[in-house]
Design a protein around this ligand. Sequence first.
Ligand code: HEC
Length: 127
Amino acid sequence: MKLLRWGAVLIFCGVVLARSGSLLQYAAARAKPLSNPTAGDAEAIRAGAKLYTRECAECHGADKQGTGRAPALAYELVRQAPPGALFWVLRNGSPGRRMPSFAHLPEAQRWQIVTFLQRMPEKAPGQ
Ligand code: HEC
């Protein structure tokens, strides 16, 4: 019985570690299709930019070009990703645990961050 349980744990870890493709692709396969309630909204972009600086820049870089700790987010796949997939990433983080969950932020703030990521202005407002 014990052996079986450890077997299950090992298989689970194997599946997590062997994830092929990016976290975003992994999320897209699991996320519900959701539409972003603030898509394209200028106020939400500004609020999202502030939240990004506070919560994400440390790992993903102030300009979204990535750092040694986390990949770049300023690329087409993020801009074109289903909003539900980004929302999923913010809620769950990385199943490999290298990216934290942001489920503690209110939903409205998570959507503002998604709005900011998908708007991808050349520079964040105020820079
Ligand atoms: C402690 C460092 C850290 C912080 C803070 C962080 N991330 Fe991440 N993020 C990561 C790492 C590491 C990955 C890669 C995880 C993986 O591949 O499993 C990642 C992956 C992602 C991805 C998927 C990218 C892709 O191409 O698959 C998105 C989107 C993302 N982060 C958005 C954000 C946002 C938005 C914030 C702020 C709310 C944030 N992250 C904060 C470390 C961080």
